[in-house]
Design a protein around this ligand. Sequence first.
Ligand SMILES: [Zn+2]
Length: 147
Amino acid sequence: MKIRNGFVSNSSSSSFVIVGAVFEETIENCKNICEKYLGEVRDITPYSEYICCDKIIKDNFCSKCGKKKDDINPTINWIDLFNDFKYDLIGIDVINDDGEIIIGKRLGIDLEGDCVPVDKLIKELTETKNMVEELGLKAEFHCGITY
Ligand SMILES: [Zn+2]
């Protein structure tokens, strides 16, 4: 997390408060998130891979066993798909905090000066906590500044 010392007049920076968890980019995790939050109108053809004999087929057949590409079910490269669309997901927020991907739900709080009724905050925290836990992640409170 970045900590800001003193006043810096940099308009490109913005604070964030997110209830979420550090996201590990495994195939399984990326698949989960994409299936849930990517939405339906996506052309995933460019992310289709044809794998045979532990290798991605680049031609129309497997160079090792000769199996035709048409006879192989494509698998989706979920990690690439996640990385290309992680900031366009619907209903979930993704923040890159110094190279660490945090996934969850952003709260509408400005760290540079804000006043939020506690009741509203607790309600929002509870809702986001539940949402994050439904993803099988442990909900944490993350805040900081992104530049
Ligand atoms: Zn093969």
